[in-house]
Design a protein around this ligand. Structure first.
Ligand SMILES: [Zn+2]
Length: 227
């Protein structure tokens, strides 16, 4: 295995998406120097963001995130590579770190299954993959649950929400999801996985559709939180 990795590294060097340096054999997707520079989301920040984004709506019962998104910093390049440069393995690598965090912080919540935020099928075929699915895969290496990619469908093609405020985002995402089958979600505690949570509108909309269709509780986790 070691020899094989060395062989591939020699001919196809793996590059850190942030600093563009060659990755060491033991580094996965992102170099350790860049990983160390990313601002972690500490418990105070998580509590503050939960109150700001989710508390009054009463949809998301618990929430955590791994990092704080900062413009023009390491994480922005890493997330860009994960979403737009085919580097979906980053999702799995960081997803594992999120899984460790969830195992420590969510030990009382016990979700039954993991639901990556679905992409519209057109967006998925443009991109080739759903990055949230890869994050969920990484999370699941630590939690060992089922990943549900089928029960919820994204039926509305939404434009990128980057420049929208909270009200525009809520309008944009309204009725974007539909439950295809309630078999898997009825009575269940569901953990929604997203890449970046900004206003929380997407995760809340997805969560409300799950609750309307019989889910018992909905939680959310993301790689990053952004303002
Ligand atoms: Zn780097």
């Amino acid at each position: 295995m070691q020899l094989l990795s060395e062989f591939f590294d020699f001919f196809l060097p793996r590059i850190c998406p942030s600093c563009k340096n060659k990755l060491e054999l033991n580094e996965r997707s992102v170099c350790s120097a860049c990983l160390d520079k990313i601002l972690p989301a500490d418990p105070t920040r998580i509590r503050f963001e939960y109150q700001k984004k989710f508390l009054t709506k009463g949809i998301i019962s618990g929430f955590t995130s791994l990092y704080v998104f900062e413009k023009d910093k390491e994480l922005q390049k890493i997330i860009h590579a994960m979403k737009y440069e085919n580097n979906f393995r980053i999702g799995e690598t960081l997803g594992k770190l999120l899984g460790d965090k969830l195992r420590n912080e969510f030990s009382n919540q016990n979700p039954d299954l993991i639901l990556p935020v679905p992409l519209h099928h057109l967006k998925k075929s443009e991109r080739g993959y759903n990055q949230s699915f890869y994050i969920a895969k990484g999370v699941n290496r630590k939690l060992n649950l089922a990943i549900d990619e089928r029960s919820v469908k994204r039926i509305k093609y939404t434009e990128t929400q980057t420049s929208m405020n909270i009200h525009e985002r809520e309008k944009n995402i309204a009725r974007a999801f539909r439950v295809k089958s309630t078999n898997n979600i009825s009575g269940k505690h569901i953990l929604i996985i997203d890449d970046v949570i900004t206003t929380g509108a997407t995760v809340s909309e997805c969560g409300s559709v799950l609750l309307e269709n019989g889910a018992a509780k909905v939680y959310a986790a993301s790689l990053a939180i952004a303002d």
